[in-house]
Each structure stands twice: as C-alpha cells, then as structure tokens.
Design a protein. Structure first.
Length: 308
C-alpha cells in the first residue's frame, strides 16, 4: 500500500509492538480511541479493525506528510497538531472522554528516510529536524544560539553523549567561522571530537538536537497530564518510548502521577491521588521475531496503564 494512495501505508513506517499495543488497549468495539502519533497509520489500522460502526478514532500528527495516510473512513478524525494540545482539540470536537490513548514516540521511518528533513545522519540536507514545519526554530538555530553550558546539558541529558562538555565547547568555538547550514557541514565540524563508533556518536548528537528542536520532553509531559484527564475510568493509556529519558517520565507518571523519582523519606507527606494503575509491571519489548523483521524496534518499550 503506497503512502500516496490515501491508504495507510506500510512503506511509510512499520508499527512497532503492533499486537502488544492492541492487546494492551483492550479495545471496546463501540469506544472512542486516540492515536496521538498517527504517522503511517499502522497502529490505527489495527484499532479500526476492532471498532464497530459506532466506534471513533481521533488521530493526531503534527507532520503534514502523515495526512496522506488517513483512510477514507467516517469513523476517523485527523487533527494536524502536536499531541501536547490533546485536551483542547478533543474538547473542540466534542470528545471530552475517551476509552483509550496510544502514543508511539518514535520518529517514523519516513522522516528518517527523507533527507531534506534533516533527521538522519545518512543523507546530506538542511540541518532542520522540525516535526512541524510550521514552527520557526530549526537545529541550526539551536546550534547557533544556545550557550556552551546549555549545549553541554542538552547533549548530556538528551543524547547521553560521553564527551558532551568537550562537544559543546568545540561547537561554540567553531560556529563563528564554520558554516552550519547542512548535515555535511555539521558532520565535518564534529569530526575532531567524535568518540567511539562515529555512527553511534552522531546518532546520539542528532537525537539530542531533535528532542530540543521539537521540545519533545515538554510535549510528552503535557500529553500525559492531559491524557489522564480525558480517559474514562477503565480506559487504557499505552505509550511506546525509545530512550531512557522518555521511559523514565512515563514510568514515574503511570506509577505515581509525577515525573520525578519518588522520595523514600518516611517523614514526608505521601497523600496524593493516583489516577492510573500500571497494567504492565515491566516495559514490554519486541520479540525476537519482530527484531528480525524490524531492527528499529530494538529500543522500543511499551508501558500500559489503566485509569482508576
């Protein structure tokens, strides 16, 4: 199925943990479901197959390319927005309570494979990395304007880059007289400070920049907080993460309703209302069979919680 056809194209993005997601959502045929990260529509197709004529599926995607994959199905509503605006748009479309929410936080294969988007180290192209091309800030802007300290923190936290301090200092020293407009320019600039496997190193640097450009952590926090508000009691919340920072946020929120690790101090007040209970004690990972078919699923972790 091609992505141009208006059908949900498998060529656009292979959905990870497909069966595990559908099982975790425990879909009710007449329910209302939200796919916060529509992409190629693989997970959405599975949800639709389990809905009857009264069921509804609201799909969000800030990337305009994803709209090509929306099926001609009156049960589907496409919202071309970042999922951090979840509650606002559900309210707008008169769906204030839903039975299930899915968010697959991975960048789609399509985005990695489109050189001009600037997400991949494999191609040359503009150093862009915007998921939503309506926004102004690009990766070039981040590299040119952030202080050395801010860049150090960014690469350390979001990319887990081993020599993040050296990297930040090098960028600040070089950015005045070396062009930063393209991926090739940036990779050439980084060559003197690359440590270990160059492909892995560059992937970590690019990941950190992408997270910053799109404020992915801020958007995730917003979506989780709003998601619990719109879920009906018994409704399921399924989130697929791809690195430890995301997974930690989801784990903490599902377990205790906050984003920070719990303090074990017995003298501190602990009374609070927890609105979710984890369905998965540990994150669900891809099977050996899936890993063979789709190596990109290796770092995927699925957590599911239920609204109490």
């Amino acid at each position: 199925m091609s992505e141009q056809s208006g059908e949900m194209g498998s060529s656009y993005h292979v959905p990870v943990l497909y069966r595990e997601v559908l099982d975790g959502l425990a879909i009710k045929p007449g329910g209302v479901y939200v796919d916060c990260t529509f992409g190629g529509g693989g997970h959405s197709r599975g949800i639709l197959q389990q809905l009857n004529e009264n069921g509804r599926l609201i799909v969000f995607d800030q990337d305009a390319d994803a709209q090509r994959n929306v099926p001609a199905d009156e049960r589907v509503l496409f919202v071309p927005q970042n999922f951090r605006h979840l509650q606002r748009f559900l309210r707008l479309y008169k769906h204030t309570a839903v039975d299930g929410i899915l968010a697959d936080l991975g960048v789609s294969s399509h985005q990695f494979d489109e050189g001009e988007r600037g997400f991949s180290t494999r191609f040359d192209g503009p150093l862009d990395m915007r998921m939503d091309r309506r926004q102004e800030t690009t990766a070039v802007d981040v590299l040119k304007t952030l202080s050395e300290q801010a860049l150090h923190k960014l690469f350390e936290q979001y990319g887990e880059v081993t020599n993040s301090k050296t990297l930040a200092k090098h960028i600040v020293q070089q950015r005045q007289h070396m062009p930063l407009s393209s991926i090739a320019n940036f990779k050439a600039m980084l060559q003197p400070v690359v440590k270990g496997n160059p492909n892995k190193y560059l992937a970590q640097v690019f990941q950190a920049l992408r997270i910053e450009v799109n404020d992915e952590m801020g958007a995730l926090r917003d979506m989780l907080q709003q998601g619990v508000e719109v879920l009906k009691p018994g409704g399921r919340f399924a989130v697929i993460t791809f690195h430890s920072i995301e997974d930690r946020l989801v784990k903490n929120f599902f377990r205790q309703g906050t984003f920070e690790e719990e303090d074990d101090n017995p003298l501190l007040p602990t009374q609070k209302t927890v609105l979710l209970k984890p369905v998965t004690k540990k994150p669900v990972s891809a099977s050996e069979e899936e890993l063979k078919k789709n190596p990109r699923s290796r770092s995927a972790k699925l957590r599911v919680a239920e609204r109490v």
